[in-house]
Design a protein around this ligand. Structure first.
Ligand code: PTJ
Length: 262
């Protein structure tokens, strides 16, 4: 496997670093063929928000963590892109939230499930992983795309489905699940269908959600409920679009030509 040789001084170091992670994951059989396409789309939207966590995302993360701490049976879903980018951070977040982890794939093959399991076990060999032998089906989705674990997503009251296809998000909402997604594209179907949408790069969002979970775990039920009830996903998505519009307008006014710091 090729080594990552780009010097840290490169202005796009982190972008190239995560691309390398995507390439490596492809070689290890973790990623779906469509994985790099999804990654590229994410990168494009990250440019538009300014490659940082914006206030509407922080607001969504706070509500998401509150809801997950209140949940009876929270589940974090793991797909190929998530295992490629944030394997360790996913395990840390699951532990901070006391949540189950389920490998759940849009393009499911048993080889990919095994490759993802192997990747996650590098960071914790004893971690409980669901989704290896799923026995249930999400109603309305055909065979491979709909498989879920009886003890995981099937039973869950709150599910986090990051970097997810919109059709599946909608099917989970129709099953009565409270659905949280992480998606850099605020216009995607997933972003529009979920109960809470965190428009941020999962690379920034998961570590921040872990911090929030540790900070908020001693909050009372009432405090957590107040955060969830005061949250409005429609407003959050609108605020993300306004952020993008304002940012582009400001850049257009100030000029971007030969501005190296952007
Ligand atoms: O591993 P599998 O088989 O479950 O397949 C995973 C992919 C991602 C290929 C599959 O779920 C898929 O096709 O998803 P979509 O419909 O391309 O949606 C993925 C969404 O994630 C897009 O809206 C991207 O903008 C967004 N995205 C990509 N990378 C990131 C991201 N959002 C947050 N952080 C990222 N790093």
């Amino acid at each position: 496997m090729g080594e990552f040789r780009v010097p840290k001084s490169h202005p796009r170091y982190w972008s190239l670093y995560y691309r390398h992670k995507i390439e490596e994951a492809m070689e290890k059989g973790i990623l779906a063929k469509a994985g790099p396409i999804a990654h590229g789309r994410g990168e494009a939207f990250d440019y538009l928000i300014g490659e940082k966590t914006i206030e509407p995302a922080e607001r969504a993360m706070r509500a998401a963590v509150a809801k997950l701490l209140l949940a009876k049976h929270p589940v974090l879903s793991v797909n190929g892109n998530v295992a490629a980018l944030v394997p360790k951070e996913t395990i840390e977040l699951a532990k901070a939230l006391n949540s189950k982890l389920e490998i759940n794939l849009f393009y499911r093959t048993e080889e990919r499930v095994r490759a993802i399991e192997e990747e996650l076990r590098k960071y914790d060999p004893d971690i409980e992983l669901l989704g290896i032998n799923p026995t249930r089906r999400i109603p309305g989705l055909e065979h491979e795309r709909g498989k879920v674990d009886e003890e995981g997503i099937w039973k869950a009251d709150v599910v986090v489905v990051p970097l997810e296809d919109g059709d599946r998000t909608e099917a989970l909402v129709a099953m009565g699940k409270f659905v949280i997604t992480i998606d850099l594209n605020p216009l995607s179907r997933s972003a529009r269908m979920a109960d809470i949408t965190v428009v941020d790069n999962i690379i920034r969002a998961y570590p921040r959600m872990t911090e929030l979970a540790r900070e908020m775990k001693d909050h009372s039920r009432e405090e957590l409920l107040k955060i969830v009830e005061g949250y409005d996903n429609g407003k959050t998505l609108g605020d993300v679009l306004t952020h993008m519009k304002n940012r582009l307008e400001e850049l257009a006014k100030e000029g971007i030509w030969r501005r190296a710091e952007l």
